[in-house]
Design a binder for this molecule. Structure first.
Ligand SMILES: *Cc1c(COP(=O)(O)O)cnc(C)c1O
Length: 363
């Protein structure tokens, strides 16, 4: 088992040490004779876990005190609906940067609740995808919010700069489902950040929202209570039963991240892993990646074999070598190696070695 490296895009692998600890305390947690899954979310033991997780997350991301952290249900897509319901009126405008499948889906969902507008999209130049810089487009000052996705999980496009309106007053909303906690952030650049947990935080079922307090309490009347940011902030994300096991496990991941040296250390390792893979792709005439250097994702490395008839044998032989879940998203084909925080450098190296050997035999 320990010779398997899981490159799944999500739900994705979790740190081995975290899984080990979760296993050890699964049926007898804190000597209570029960699992953490079987206790009240309002009891002292769980409240302590919940509060510790929030404070560790605040420390990791340096979240200022005028931001709330919410542990919600509904995944990333839940937030596609919750964001417009909470911070835009029906006749208000949300502006969108569209750079791949997830930002497309976020705009489509927001359209049900407010007036949306796509103000810029990713483009292709000489076969490489890139995102036009802000000297080519502007965020309208009357927008209720501006939305973009910092890392397009399917397409492998990551944006390392933060868009902003000229005045800086339009709240920037970022879907960080697949790159949150992969590097340090300046939280104050954002009005709201959200992320489904199953890529880089913990098990599915949980979504994290980090929101500037001044955006709370603006929800539409018909906002479902469980999606109401203000209400969830007031009730410590316990208006209803939260996904307790996911919250607990996310807490273990936050502790693990601190023990690794925090997010600057993660950024360093993530860069190293992705560079290993991109160098392998670039030095071969056998593999190809279609994203411009400065937008290549450090989390989801997408690539195609020049001879696509070899796809099945690539995947089969990779699996025989313990390298699993490398098949690209069904909509784009090819391969995708997701290398979130939990993927060790040895995993990226093992894939690089396999790619070299596969090319030698088939190139
Ligand atoms: C996975 C993902 C989502 C959707 O998450 P669900 O929890 O399945 O709703 C949204 N945005 C991004 C960037 C993702 O990677």
């Amino acid at each position: 088992m320990q010779n398997t490296f899981n490159f799944s895009a999500g739900p994705a692998m979790l740190p081995a040490e975290v899984m080990q600890q979760a296993q050890e305390e699964l049926i007898n947690w804190q000597d209570l004779g029960t699992s953490v899954m079987e206790v009240s979310h309002r009891g002292k033991p769980f409240i302590e876990v919940a509060e510790q997780a929030e404070s560790d997350l605040r420390e990791l991301l340096s979240i200022p005190s005028d931001y709330s952290v919410l542990f919600m249900h509904g995944g990333g897509r839940g937030q596609f609906s919750a964001v417009p319901l909470n911070i835009a009126g029906q006749n208000e405008l949300s502006q969108h940067l569209v750079t791949g499948q997830w930002s497309v889906a976020a705009e489509e969902e927001a359209r049900r609740f407010c007036q949306t507008q796509i103000i810029a999209t990713s483009k292709e130049h000489e076969g490489k995808m890139y995102v036009p810089k802000q000297d080519e487009w502007t965020i309208a000052e009357e927008s209720a919010y501006f939305h973009y996705c910092t890392n397009e999980t399917v397409d492998g496009i990551e944006i390392d700069w933060v868009p902003r309106s000229t005045s800086g007053n339009v709240p920037v909303v970022a879907d960080m489902s697949s790159n949150i906690l992969s590097k340090p952030l300046n939280i104050e650049d954002y009005g709201l950040i959200y992320a489904g947990a199953q890529k880089n935080i913990g098990p599915s079922g949980l979504s994290l929202v980090i929101v500037r307090n001044e955006l709370l309490g603006k929800e539409r009347r018909d906002t479902p209570s469980i999606f109401n940011y203000g209400l969830q902030a007031k009730s410590g994300s316990m208006y209803n039963t939260p996904p307790t096991f996911s919250w607990y496990l996310a807490g273990l991941v936050f502790k693990w991240l601190k023990a690794q040296g925090g997010l600057s250390k993660m950024a360093e390792t993530n860069l190293q892993k992705s560079q290993l893979l991109y160098s392998r792709i670039d030095e071969s005439g056998f593999y190809n990646n279609n994203v411009r250097q400065d937008y290549r994702s450090k989390m989801n490395v997408t690539f195609k074999l020049r001879d696509e008839s070899l796809n099945d044998s690539f995947l089969k032989q990779a699996e025989e070598n313990g390298l699993v879940a490398l098949k690209g998203h069904r909509s784009v084909g090819g391969m995708r190696a997701s290398i979130y925080n939990a993927m060790p450098i040895s995993g990226a190296q093992a894939l690089v070695d396999f790619m070299k050997e596969f090319e030698r035999k088939n190139g």
